[in-house]
Design a protein around this ligand. Sequence first.
Ligand SMILES: O=c1ccn([C@@H]2O[C@H](COP(=O)(O)OP(=O)(O)O[C@H]3O[C@H](CO)[C@@H](O)[C@H](O)[C@H]3O)[C@@H](O)[C@H]2O)c(=O)[nH]1
Ligand SMILES: O=C(O)[C@H](O)COP(=O)(O)O
Length: 232
Amino acid sequence: MVPLISVIIPAWNESRLLASTLEAVSKAQASAEFSFDMQLIVVDDGSRDGTGDVACAWADVVLRFPVNSGKGAAMFAGWQAASGEIVVFLDADLGSTAEKFPLLLEPVLRGEADLTVAKLPPASIPGGFGLVRGLAGRGVRLLSGYDSGAPLSGQRAMRSEVLRCCERKYQGFGAEVGMMVDAVRLGFRIVELEVPFRHRETGRTWQGWIHRGKQLCEVGLTLWQCWRKPAC
Ligand SMILES: O=c1ccn([C@@H]2O[C@H](COP(=O)(O)OP(=O)(O)O[C@H]3O[C@H](CO)[C@@H](O)[C@H](O)[C@H]3O)[C@@H](O)[C@H]2O)c(=O)[nH]1
Ligand SMILES: O=C(O)[C@H](O)COP(=O)(O)O
């Protein structure tokens, strides 16, 4: 029997890149070296640019939030609708490089990992000064002892049991670090691998600094929550 993979894509105002991302995900299923059934879920996180309508052309399930609720809430809602034994999270802005996502599945299907995390190639434009990444990496290490090379990466595959056991609603952009801390503390095995995904990069513009400020607050809040109340 082939495994059922639920691919969940949280999307907020992503109409520009979403169609190519979804097309690439669909193509990947057809061209992968192993067979799997796929349930494609898009969570439109209160977009105002027609993201949900773009998703309808490709996805099996489209969930629409009336207002923007943050990435963590969108991921959680997607997971609630997922029926796959393996769950994959991808960002909406990967475009054609989303086709590489089956690479994340291989270690999980081989039984070598419970959770895989993609390490992306270095950014092509100057971004932040490593503050968010530094907080995320140090926080994960301090709370779980795990030294991650990609604590912020949203491109992940996991056995659905990992999410079931974590049982926490993560805050916005803190979802990745929270999930990582909880997964390690619960004894799940993480494998990080380089995958040549590309995504929209955030430069040194004022929108970029606001974005990083929001990330910093949400990552910090999640780490504090993980410290105050460990999973299980
Ligand atoms: O309120 C939001 C904000 C973002 N997104 C979606 O979340 C994904 C990632 O957002 P993006 O703005 O592209 O984040 P990045 O700056 O790329 O952030 C990096 O770091 C984040 C954690 O801080 C991770 O969640 C991302 O996967 C990782 O790419 C995209 O699909 C967005 O559409 C939502 O669904 N709701
Ligand atoms: O651009 C990024 O990788 C994130 O927004 C984090 O930024 P920073 O870690 O450089 O602050």
